[in-house]
Write a protein that binds this ligand. Structure first.
Ligand SMILES: [Zn+2]
Length: 188
């Protein structure tokens, strides 16, 4: 019984995929860390049922609360875009990326003419993987202006695009922003 038992819970709208490792060597404390876009939690093997679910939920929500973009600068956004551009678009880099407090904009906007991306400050409180999905969406617009099939194929190179859209739908409802056609952009 010293082997940890591992369970993977699929992503939900409010949290990414979570891998739960139950260890009989842990008695009281847990731990959580990121592994790519998955959260790995380690919990005492003795936990069962509701107690176990609550223990996992607490660890996950505390990790999600440490959202680095709370204090991120425009330069941090650019660094993130460079990483994503290298990973998904063969080194594509925008001319500029900025946080924006514009209330007209829902999540982000992109100007293909100037190659500038603006990101709503509202996304400072969303998880990093959601911010990444939005940035990949905008980077894809540098290659394809319209929401065409080609655009979707480009944006979907980021594997959690659909999860992010669901997350943002829920977030928009929570913010009282409803009824706009596009999940990402709210401004032309
Ligand atoms: Zn778009």
């Amino acid at each position: 019984m010293s082997t940890p038992r591992v369970v993977v819970e699929p992503p939900r709208f409010d949290r990414p995929e979570v891998e739960i490792r139950a260890s009989s060597r842990r008695t009281k404390t847990g731990a959580a860390h990121w592994s790519g876009s998955r959260i790995i939690v380690q919990i005492p093997a003795r936990l069962r049922g509701r107690e176990r679910a609550a223990f996992v939920e607490d660890l996950v929500s505390r990790l999600l609360a440490q959202r680095p973009q709370h204090a991120a600068s425009d330069a941090d956004l650019m660094a993130r875009c460079r990483d994503l551009g290298a990973r998904y678009f063969e080194g594509l880099v925008p001319h500029a990326v900025r946080w924006s407090a514009s209330q007209r904009m829902r999540w982000a906007s992109c100007s293909p003419a100037t190659r500038e991306i603006r990101v709503s400050s509202r996304l400072r409180s969303s998880p990093a993987w959601v911010l990444d999905a939005v940035l990949v969406h905008e980077l894809a617009h540098l290659l394809e202006a319209d929401h065409s099939a080609r655009f979707r194929a480009l944006a979907d190179r980021y594997p959690r695009q659909r999860d992010a859209a669901l997350y943002l739908e829920g977030y928009a409802l929570g913010l009282g922003l409803a009824g706009e056609a596009d999940a990402i952009e709210g401004e032309g």
